[in-house]
Structure formats: structure tokens, C-alpha cells
Ligand binder design. Sequence first.
Ligand code: DC
Length: 234
Amino acid sequence: MTDPNPASPRLIVIDGPAGAGKSTVARRLAEHYRLPLLDTGAIYRALAWAAARDGVAWEDEAGLAALAGSLPISFHMEPLGEGAGLRQTVRCGGEDVSAAIRTPAISEGASRVSQHPAVRAALLGLQRALSTSGCVAEGRDMGTVVFPGARHKFFLTASLEARAQRRHAEIAQDCPSMPLDEVMAEVDLRDSRDRSRASAPLVQAADAVVLDSSHLEIGEVVRRIITIIDGREG
Ligand code: DC
């Protein structure tokens, strides 16, 4: 990409529904600007995973909030190999949960635990603490609630069909037999729940730039975002 040493903008936030390409876009931006990556979906996923492990129900708001208050989550970047970029791993209490938190059951659990206002409040400080040196943060409420003052806000969206296809390809390794229409139903249900919840629903910030990736390659989405950021910083 353009300048190999671009000025580092401190905070870039990307919100949007599942499968819109946020994770890939956020990872590429983090590499480009040499910023840490903050995958806030992984935090809700780790909480759902820890709750299942500890026997706390996904409906138990008080129990989940207590667990969220001291969630021992950490992120690590590991090189994928020569020139292949970086991969982020997620640990919970020292255990690598990167794969365990990506199953359809935990996707559903993350969406459920994230409905509870007390859980969202308990995770707010953690998300901000993980971003103190600047970062590329992705999630559902980055631009609206967690980092409302961020200068660079993007809302990435795509048609349900495009998002389900991406998600289907993503989970093919762990769930090769899951049919596309099942993935589409899961994505649709999760997004309706994320959009309609009372606390910090998935909604674009008024000052976010909206990009529809239905007919755009992810590389092109990244290029457009970099052009916008560099135009503002330059
Ligand atoms: O981005 P993801 O698919 O890994 O997120 C999993 C769930 O976590 C998603 O269905 C809603 C929730 N979530 C949230 O409520 N707020 C965020 N900032 C990130 C994720």
C-alpha cells in the first residue's frame, strides 16, 4: 500500500453487522498503521465461553456481569509466516480460546450475553483500557458508545447474502458441513437481535462513513478507508 511509514492515527473504529468484513478490514488497517487490533466481538465471545465453562447461564445478567468484571482476557499477535501477515490469538486465563470462541454455539452465546446492560457496562472499562495506546477497534458500538470521540469512524455493511457467504467461508474449517442457508439464518437472527437490543444497539454513528462491501472486494474497502484517513491526517 502507499506510504510504508504513514503517520499513525490513534483510533480507528469500525462497526457493522456480522460478515460485513470488519475483521479482515480491521486487521489490514492495524498492519498498515502499525496499531494494535481490538476485536471487541472476541471479548463478548470469551465471556460467553467462560460462562459456559463456569456454569453461568447466558440469561443470568448479574452472574455474567460479575464474570465480565474480572474477565482474564488477553490478545496476542503472531506472525502467520513469511509475508503472510499476522494472526491474532485470544487467551482467557492463559488458555488459548481462539478457535473455541468461533463456534456457532458461542456466536449465539456472545449475541445473548451482549444484550444485558450490566454486562456491557462491566466491559466498557476493559475495552477502553485495552486501547490506551491507540488501536483499530471493531465491534457494534465502537463509534456510538465505547469511543464516541474517535476521529475515524467507519460503518461497514453488506447484503445478508454477501455476509452469509463470507461467514460460511470463515467457519468452513470448523464446521464444514454447515449449509449456507443455516449460516444465513444464524447471521440474520444474530443481527436482528444486535440491532434491536435496548442497550447500545448496532447502529451507525451519525459521523461514521458508511461503506457497503456487497460488491466490493475487501482490498478495495481497505484502500478507500486509507484514502479517507490519509486525506484527513495529511
Ligand atoms: O463481531 P462478532 O461476530 O465476533 O461479535 C459476536 C457478538 O458479540 C455479536 O453478535 C454481538 C456482540 N458484540 C457486541 O454486542 N458489541 C460489540 N462491540 C462487539 C460484539
